[in-house]
Structure formats: structure tokens, C-alpha cells
Design a protein around this ligand. Structure first.
Ligand code: SF4
Ligand code: SF4
Length: 136
């Protein structure tokens, strides 16, 4: 069955990027609220994780970008573990942060620059993370 994109508007390109960077199907969220209920950082958030996903579904990216939530997230992955729809919410929030960084013009490093920074002591996981985070 073909999946339908439910968001549109002038920021739709960035919303597409959030899906691409995070690799998550935001449209699969059923708004059960488990992510928000299990988030240990929710007290410092002005928009709860399930609300973030809903805003992204409806194309209201600016509200998410302007929220405290994206910077309050501790990337603990509890929400991602609990989601019944297998949405990695922590990764979605990371993708939103990356969009903010890209907008500011300090967005990425080239693959060749990453290679120059690699040394023997750098864990493989960190190298992969750097490529994933800044080279897309
Ligand atoms: S736990 Fe998953 S399905 Fe439930 S509201 Fe959060 S993102 Fe949506
Ligand atoms: S990854 Fe972020 S949003 Fe998810 S439970 Fe942890 S602090 Fe909350």
C-alpha cells in the first residue's frame, strides 16, 4: 500500500529532510502519548514529544524549531524504545536540531574533512555518527 504524505506547505522540503535524516515514518504515529508519558525530560519541555510528532505531521515545523523541547531532549531513547509504532522519536528530534544548525549556515562538514579528523583512537561508532550527522 502506498503511503500518503500528510504534510505540505513551504517548509515541506525541510520536513522531507527530517524524514530522510531520521529515517522515520512520522506519519505512522497514532498519538498514543507513550513517548511523552515515558520522557524523563518532559518537565523542561514546552511541547511534549507526541505533540512534536503531531506538529511535524501537520507541517508546523516552525513551532517545533522555536520550542525549548528540541534542546531539552536528553537523547535517552526511552521514547523510541516505548513507541508501539517503532518511531525513533529521539532521532526525529536530532534531525530537527540538525535542520536548525543547517539554517544557521554552520551545517556540515565534507566527507574528506571527516577523514582528516579520524585517528586510531576514535571509536568506529563515533566515526559513523559524524558521517551520519553532518555529511548528509
Ligand atoms: S509513542 Fe509513538 S505512536 Fe505513540 S505518540 Fe509517541 S511517536 Fe506517536
Ligand atoms: S530521547 Fe528525548 S524526548 Fe525521548 S524520552 Fe529521552 S529525553 Fe524524552
Amino acid at each position: 500500500m502506498k503511503r500518503v504524505k500528510i504534510y505540505s506547505g513551504k517548509r515541506s522540503k525541510e520536513l522531507e529532510q527530517i524524514s530522510q535524516i531520521s529515517g522515520q515514518r512520522i506519519q505512522d504515529c497514532i498519538q498514543c502519548g507513550k513517548c511523552s508519558a515515558s520522557c524523563p525530560a518532559s518537565e523542561g519541555m514546552d511541547i511534549l514529544p507526541h505533540q512534536v510528532i503531531r506538529l511535524l505531521q501537520t507541517g508546523e515545523l516552525e513551532k517545533v524549531i522555536e520550542s525549548k523541547t528540541i534542546w531539552s531532549c536528553a537523547s535517552c531513547f526511552t521514547c523510541s524504545e516505548r513507541c508501539p509504532r517503532d518511531i525513533d522519536i529521539a532521532n526525529v528530534l536530532e534531525a530537527v536540531r540538525l535542520i536548525v544548525i543547517r539554517r544557521s549556515g554552520e551545517n556540515r562538514i565534507k566527507a574528506e574533512d571527516v577523514i582528516k579528523k579520524i585517528d586510531d583512537k576514535m571509536p568506529q561508532q563515533a566515526i559513523v555518527s559524524v558521517f551520519r550527522k553532518y555529511n548528509k
